[in-house]
Design a protein around this ligand. Structure first.
Ligand SMILES: C[S@@+](CC[C@H](N)C(=O)[O-])C[C@H]1O[C@@H](n2cnc3c(N)ncnc32)[C@H](O)[C@@H]1O
Length: 285
């Protein structure tokens, strides 16, 4: 099954995009260590030119800009106007001694990039939504210089990610399971199979492709009460859609179930910490 990019554009410009903006600080606190770890592997050097695919609210672009310094540049590409508005605002608040940062509202699968412009391409969870991933990565590859390198992270299967399964199993005690998406459907878990990632990047022309497991605990809602954390989880977390579609009389009982399930993973200081299993993918043009 596929989901076309026009549907993704609608999705990321609708409630989902607006929710990411509302919960930007929470999401960033959770995802930042993972992005930094992939950047450490990619190791952008001072003066390099970087492309950040699916840059969202732009935090990774800013961090990449710190790494490449005043002589480098970073361009972030995303299809979500509300998320890019946050990114532009963050970049505007920075002072001028950093690398130049630009954001483009564009579909990375079809956007006409300047050929061979970038030294490195990075993405934190922004490359699993393409309708035609081989075409998208071939397009992105054309934007890389001859010696250029790529690094991104993506989710391993939902079933090995307690961040996904612990709240979901609790909610499913009261709610019907949502329809299962066939494997490889564009979405967060499209790249759950390492072999499929290999196949896509190789078909797109990349070399030296490496898909490495990356384990990183996810800390969600530092400083929030358990009740507030669950309230955020039903707005932007793994059970958001399920709970949104549930009847009024089940809203509180579902929340109570989820509170009980995540309580063992909660501390007042750290919020909720659940393990996450990801792929770190690196390749060369
Ligand atoms: C899970 S979010 C990750 C956002 C950001 N990289 C982060 O880690 O906070 C996925 C992002 O990919 C973007 N995206 C999805 N399809 C895209 C496409 N075809 N071209 C560019 N961006 C895309 C979405 O708009 C969204 O911002």
């Amino acid at each position: 099954m596929t989901i076309d990019n026009a549907t993704q554009i609608e999705f990321w410009n609708g409630e989902t995009g607006r929710n990411w903006v509302t919960h930007d600080a929470l999401m960033e606190a959770m995802l930042q260590p993972l992005g930094e770890s992939v950047m450490d592997t990619l190791a952008p050097q001072p003066g390099e030119h970087v492309l950040d695919i699916g840059c969202g609210c732009g935090h990774t672009s800013l961090s990449l800009a710190d790494r490449v310094g005043a002589k480098g540049s970073v361009e972030g590409v995303d299809i979500s106007a509300p998320m890019l508005a946050v990114a532009s605002q963050l970049a505007a608040e920075r002072n001028a001694e950093h690398a130049s940062i630009q954001f483009h509202e564009a579909d990375a699968q079809t956007h006409t990039f300047d050929p061979e412009r970038y030294d490195v391409v990075f993405s934190r969870f922004g490359v699993m939504f393409f309708e035609d991933p081989v075409a998208a990565f071939a397009n992105i590859r054309g934007a890389l210089r001859k010696s250029g390198r790529l690094a991104f992270c993506c989710w391993q299967p939902r079933a090995v990610n307690p961040f996904m399964t612990v709240p979901a199993m609790a909610a499913l005690e009261l709610l019907p399971a949502p329809p299962e998406m066939p494997p490889r459907t564009p979405g967060p878990f499209a790249f759950e199979e390492a072999d499929y990632i290999m196949e896509i990047l190789t078909s797109a022309g990349f070399g030296s492709v490496a898909v490495t497991p990356l384990q990183q605990p996810l800390t969600f809602g530092r400083g929030l009460s358990l009740t507030d954390i669950v309230e955020r989880l039903v707005q932007i977390g793994p059970i958001a859609q399920m709970v949104r579609e549930a009847s009024e009389d089940l809203q509180q009982p579902v929340r109570d179930k989820v509170i009980d399930a995540v309580a063992p993973f909660y501390t007042e200081d750290a919020g909720m910490t659940l393990d996450g299993q990801f792929w770190q993918v690196t390749a060369r043009r």
